[in-house]
Design a binder for this molecule. Sequence first.
Ligand SMILES: Cc1cc2nc3c(=O)[nH]c(=O)nc-3n(C[C@H](O)[C@H](O)[C@H](O)COP(=O)(O)O)c2cc1C
Length: 216
Amino acid sequence: MATFDYDAECNRQLDRVIEARRTVRSFTDEVPDRELIERILNAGLAAPYAAVAIGVEPRFRRFFVMPRGGEAALKTAEIMKRNTLAAWQNIHANLPEGMEPPPFAMRLKAIAEGGDIGFEKVPYFIVVAELKGIPPVEQESLAHVLQNMWLKAAALGLGFRLISATSRLADNPDFCGLLGLAPGRFGINGCAIGYAAETPAATPRPPLDEVTAWLD
Ligand SMILES: Cc1cc2nc3c(=O)[nH]c(=O)nc-3n(C[C@H](O)[C@H](O)[C@H](O)COP(=O)(O)O)c2cc1C
């Protein structure tokens, strides 16, 4: 038996949300209601988890909500800057002679030199942690969680930005201490949520038929 009866209007609305989703990188100062944030977290909680990999731990998924300018957000920014500096230095030291740093490395450099990480001016920075299991598929689960949250934020009229630098802190004792997690036990990732200051244009995608093969 189907768990969900086909509903044309519901599908139209789902398509609207998928199409409206954007990476938002500039936000207003308005702080979204806590209830909206909780609805987004519930969407993340509803995302699939790798049941066989994580076993019976009931709190396999955790959310940490950090308001802008709060102690946790400030400490996180500090830890992330130190971590980013180390990552940049490591890439720089290992670049083959004469090779330009790739765009990703230049972004690390800009942050290490004092640039914004991306959540400092946003009302909420949210860290999601997923228990590591066997096999280690926590990053896949986190992608599902964040995508659910992203679509829910879009449906609620809120802007969303992935802060993937967060994932580098999964083994960081200072950061894990801040969250009360054992270093290395969870995979983590993060996002910033608030009201968009402007609606970004849609980013390009190739035509479907150029990237799709129907095989016999
Ligand atoms: C795995 C992954 C990591 C990403 N990390 C970041 C990030 O750390 N900061 C950011 O601003 N955007 C990040 N993005 C957003 C992409 O740059 C964005 O999705 C892409 O440019 C397409 O734009 P759209 O999301 O508006 O469709 C990430 C996207 C993915 C899929």
